[in-house]
Design a protein around this ligand. Structure first.
Ligand code: SF4
Length: 372
């Protein structure tokens, strides 16, 4: 601690880090100064210290699969390489039997504890499709948590059903939905969304649907996709919109910052973004996430999917406490060619052990399953 204090005293962001170490959250102006600073290592010393104070030298992960149940989508986000228009020859929608078979195989092979269900905005799928899938999973595989449907998918179902998003959430919860992933947030600033995903729900809608979910007793993750057309002020807005909702509901279990991967996307074709932002920016975003959400959102995830296992090991020392999931079967990031590797729980535990930490397998709600 004394070595950290000395370095902090000499830094232009020292006052912010000192406040963080004393339990005071950075203000939006402080957050902007952190984003503008290159003192990433020092941010990591402070955020790593706060993380170890809470979790010790231990990192969690979840054995899970991603079910990208359909790639049919009418929302045409410019950052997405995954979707296909209705009727495209390479479009697909999984049947209930296919979903059951994938979950069954994953349970038998990997003893997964979570199925993460996300897909395109498919105008042909009624709410019963989701209800049947959730009921089947919860009934046949009671140890597997159902973490599914981004706020924009919930909005799409509500429009198809001519119902409210609250009613849809309530029906899906009754069918077995247990928590909501944070996808669809991207950057919660409409001037950014107007460029990258003009047909998607607004920032206010994302916040509203999340609040509805929290109020119904459905906890969630929050995410941020950075590294495209946003600026640092937009990132500050994003952080503090989430802070504001979390202060009200306490419904977010985790925050996951991840970098945009431009390959095979319209944004790359239109020359808006050519390259991903790389490792140092990831460590900065992880460190700032811990400083901003410390004591408010319990878990920060490492984002190994696009940045690889080595960067995830570093992220665990810069403020992340959770490695994330094994994400077997993921297809969205894989379409950009940016998926770093295939992982099993054993490989994640090995990666965590390599940095001298204990690995803890967890369930959908971050409850410990086993210490490895
Ligand atoms: S990100 Fe989601 S909503 Fe946007 S085009 Fe891709 S599948 Fe559709």
């Amino acid at each position: 601690m004394s070595q950290i204090t000395e370095q902090i005293n000499q830094s232009t962001i020292g006052d912010i880090l000192e406040n963080s170490l004393s339990g005071n959250r950075p203000s939006p102006a402080d957050c902007l100064r952190l984003l503008d600073s290159d003192d990433v290592h020092l941010m990591g010393l402070a955020s790593g210290y706060l993380t170890r104070k809470q979790f010790g030298e231990k990192a969690s992960f979840v054995n899970n699969i991603i079910l990208n149940y359909t790639n049919v989508c009418i929302t045409d986000c410019k950052f997405c390489a995954f979707y296909r228009s209705p009727g495209a020859t390479d479009s697909y929608t999984l049947t209930l039997d296919q979903i059951e078979s994938r979950v069954k195989t994953a349970w038998e092979m990997f003893k997964i504890r979570q199925v993460l269900i996300q897909g395109g905005h498919n105008p042909n799928l009624k709410i019963e499709y989701y209800e049947n899938a959730f009921k089947m999973i919860r009934k046949k595989f009671p140890n597997i948590g159902v973490h599914g449907l981004s706020t924009s998918e919930i909005d799409m179902i509500a429009r198809i059903e001519k119902s409210s998003t609250k009613e849809v959430l309530s029906r899906l919860k009754d069918a077995g939905l247990q928590s909501i992933p944070g996808a669809g947030a991207e950057i919660l600033v409409d001037s950014v969304k107007d460029v990258i995903s003009p047909k998607k729900i607004s920032s206010a809608d994302w916040i509203r649907i999340m609040e509805e979910a929290h109020t119904l007793g459905l906890p969630a993750s929050a995410t941020m996709m950075y590294g495209h057309v946003e600026n640092n002020n937009d990132i500050v807005d994003h952080f503090f919109k989430i802070v504001k909702l979390q202060e009200k509901t306490r419904g977010f279990m985790a925050f996951i910052p991840w970098n945009f991967e431009p390959n095979n996307t319209l944004m790359q074709k239109e020359n808006l973004v050519q390259y991903g932002t790389g490792g140092i920016q990831l460590l900065k975003m992880i460190a700032i996430s811990r400083l901003v959400f410390d004591g408010l959102i319990p878990h920060i995830q490492s984002s190994w999917l696009t940045n690889g296992v080595g960067m995830a090991q570093l992220a665990l020392q810069y403020g992340a406490d959770d490695f994330g999931g094994t994400l077997i079967g993921e297809e969205v990031v894989s379409c950009t060619g940016a998926r770093s590797t295939e992982l099993t729980g054993k490989l994640i535990a090995d990666a965590i052990h390599q940095i001298g930490y204990q690995a803890e397998e967890r369930d959908n709600f971050y409850n410990p399953v086993a210490l490895l």
